[in-house]
Design a protein around this ligand. Structure first.
Ligand code: NAD
Length: 464
């Protein structure tokens, strides 16, 4: 895709927005249904493309994680859009209310929204924002990841089969295309990916004052309380590392546990992994996306080991090459303490006591999610009130994403803005404040000359 083509395509979308600034409910529902049809009617093609891009990716996992999750988001929007689009009445100030004034907030489309999506769930992380963007009545322009070329090419083809080029368009290409893409004068951009690129995008978007939603990653901790069920914790954490081979922004990154419970936990983790046949070569496995990421993970582990970390490799039940690697207590300067892992490697840090664990979490930027395993509501409340993160989960991992009625996003270093469900509809809408004056001309009251009545009412207004 050349830069000129990017601009031409963008202009096509922008002109269409100007011609239809407020698509009806029926038009929006039709667009959402076409997303659903595009997903369902091409499911095997999607799964094949994903597997080609990853080297191998279980078709069942792709079907669930990329297709079903996206369809669920469409269904949720289809069911609720009518209510989201309703104007919300607001109470006017008492003095204006007495004059018969009315106030409400109504959501209007922002215009053309850019979606920059990553490789780890290349369909869902393009389609899930698209659902919110189209529900809010916008036009959409998607820049999918160059790290998954087969899936991105299929997305480009199928979007052009199911949508006209002035509704939704896709721009495939390398980083130079991505850089030019985010310089376009969008009405909003949603970017999902790493923090370094997010800083570039923010600088570029600032030139045109383009509002941003940034869905970033980071290190999501697991707090293992002294009241935690270790078998359950181990099973769920192991799942979080195996699913998509741990290449998930909300995967548990590191685990905090007191030293006495480390060995019992490792033994439970070993059993949990042995009971999982998610190893490479199995029909249900997922590969590391490319050699660059495999090498990155190997470096994190070997550096952690060389910096006094204990390393354990736990294998699935067919004893294949694919393993969950656990790195325990490397020295503070090891990169694994600060870099997002994003793969089937778990960092464990032994540290007892909730206060110490909370203090450790608070030393770094706010994570995308904090996982707490334990039975204590009081402890869970302490974690809620004494930390900050995009999401907070008790006794589970990852399944918070299965809820379309919850906002999704980070805070601070893990991102800004939230989307999905009604939160996505609002994120990509211009919530317009509407005021309709009443039957009394209030401007006459505040126009000079000012009288004693004016002065008395002015003082009274401070009391109501
Ligand atoms: P990536 O390399 O696929 O890049 C993401 C997108 O950014 C791609 O579309 C790419 O073309 C574009 N891009 C690259 N360089 C650019 C530039 N200079 N200017 C503009 N756009 C550019 O993905 P990644 O960054 O490797 O993704 C992994 C990261 O994403 C991890 O940190 C992960 O935690 C995070 N992530 C976050 C979420 C979330 O929802 N919060 C979801 C998935 C992944």
């Amino acid at each position: 895709m050349s830069i000129t083509n990017l601009e031409t395509q963008f202009t096509t979308l922008r002109c269409a927005y100007h011609l239809e600034r407020f698509p009806s409910l029926a038009t929006r529902l039709d667009r959402l249904r076409r997303i659903r049809a595009m997903l369902i009617e091409n499911e095997s093609a999607w799964c094949e493309a994903l597997s080609e891009d990853f080297g191998y990716r279980s078709a069942d996992q792709s079907s669930f994680a990329d297709i079903t999750t996206s369809i669920k988001s469409v269904n949720h929007a289809l069911k609720n859009l009518k209510f989201w689009m309703k104007a919300e009445r607001r109470t006017p100030d008492l003095s204006l209310r007495m004059s018969g004034a009315k106030t409400y907030v109504e959501a209007f489309p922002k215009g053309v929204v850019g979606i920059v999506s990553p490789w780890n769930f290349p369909i869902n992380l393009a389609i899930s924002p698209l659902v919110s963007v189209l529900a809010a009545g916008n036009r959409a322009y998607i820049k999918p990841s160059e790290a998954t070329p087969a899936t991105s090419a299929l997305l480009e083809k199928l979007i052009s089969d199911y949508f006209s080029e002035d509704e939704v368009a896709v721009a495939c290409g390398d980083v130079d295309v991505a850089q030019a893409f985010v310089k376009l004068p969008f009405d909003h951009i949603i970017y999902t990916g790493g923090e370094t690129v997010a800083r570039h995008i923010m600088r570029d978007a600032a030139e045109n004052l383009v509002p941003l939603t940034l869905e970033l990653g980071g290190k999501s901790p697991v707090i293992v309380s002294s009241s935690a069920d270790l078998a359950m914790t181990a099973k769920r954490v192991a799942f979080g590392k195996y699913f998509n081979a741990g290449q998930i922004c909300i995967a548990p990154d590191y685990l905090l546990i007191d030293a006495e419970r480390l060995e019992p936990f490792l033994s439970e983790l070993k059993s949990a992994v042995e009971n999982t046949d998610s190893s490479q070569g199995s029909a249900d496995s997922v590969s590391i996306v490319n050699n660059r990421h495999r090498q990155r993970l190997e470096n994190l582990v070997s550096e952690g080991e060389s910096k006094s970390g204990r390393v354990i490799k736990l294998s699935g039940n067919n004893q294949s090459a694919y393993e969950l690697t656990v790195v325990i207590d490397p020295a503070d300067e090891a990169g694994i303490n600060t870099s997002e892992i994003f793969g089937p490697v778990l960092l464990i840090k032994t540290m007892g006591g909730l206060s110490e664990q909370i203090a450790y979490i608070n030393k770094s930027s706010h994570p995308l999610v904090i996982y707490y395993f334990g039975r204590s509501e009081a402890e869970f409340r302490r974690v809620a009130c004494e930390t900050s993160s995009g999401g907070l989960v008790k006794n589970d991992v990852i399944f918070q994403y299965a809820n379309d009625d919850l906002p999704f996003g980070g805070v601070g270093g893990s991102g800004m803005g939230k989307y999905r469900g009604e939160y996505g509809f609002k994120e990509f809408s211009n919530s317009r404040a509407v005021y309709k004056s009443g039957f009394i001309d209030v401007s006459g009251f505040v126009t000079p000359p000012y009288t004693d009545v004016f002065r008395m009412v002015n003082k009274l207004m401070r009391k109501i």
